[in-house]
Design a protein around this ligand. Structure first.
Ligand SMILES: [Zn+2]
Length: 47
């Protein structure tokens, strides 16, 4: 499970369909969708 902060809901949400990707600087990040509002949720860095 991957959590990210939804800008719309303004809280931590569990990403729907998270995908690992990287920024242009090579920083790992996850992109997924908020299960509540469908907005794209990002999380930079991973543990
Ligand atoms: Zn949301």
């Amino acid at each position: 499970m991957v959590e990210g902060r939804c800008m719309k809901c303004k809280k931590q949400v569990e990403m729907k369909d998270p995908k690992e990707t990287a920024t242009s600087r090579g920083v790992k990040m996850f992109k997924g969708k908020c299960p509540e509002c469908g907005t794209t949720v990002c999380r930079i860095g991973g543990k």
